[in-house]
Unconditional design. Structure first.
Length: 111
């Protein structure tokens, strides 16, 4: 099987990153997949995902960002294209429910 990956840019604190990882991990385990994880932080990540901080500030003007920062989370796993699509769709739907809302954890999905 081919090695697949799901890449998510987040603007979150440690608890938010753990929540996103748990969401994706739960979906993966239901399908018999065990992802390997990587996280990136720092100046380059902040530059790549700085617009997520702007989104959070615009949607939460009266709140302090606290410990939130730009984080890139990568989940890598062996699987079919169908499995990748299913996991990616389930994860994105879990992050962003249908209808108007304010995202608790602003995110961006890469390929």
């Amino acid at each position: 099987m081919r090695r697949r990956r799901i890449v998510l840019g987040l603007y979150a604190d440690a608890a938010g990153v753990a929540r996103v990882r748990a969401l994706l991990d739960g979906e993966a385990r239901r399908r018999g997949v065990r992802p390997a994880w990587q996280e990136a932080r720092g100046a380059a990540t902040a530059e790549d995902y700085g617009y997520l901080a702007d989104q959070w500030a615009a949607e939460n003007p009266a709140h302090s960002p606290g410990a939130r920062e730009a984080v890139e989370v990568r989940a890598m796993f062996p699987g079919s294209l169908k499995t990748w699509r299913t996991l990616r769709t389930a994860t994105l739907n879990g992050l962003c429910p249908p209808g108007p809302h304010v995202c608790e954890i602003p995110w961006s999905a890469g390929l």
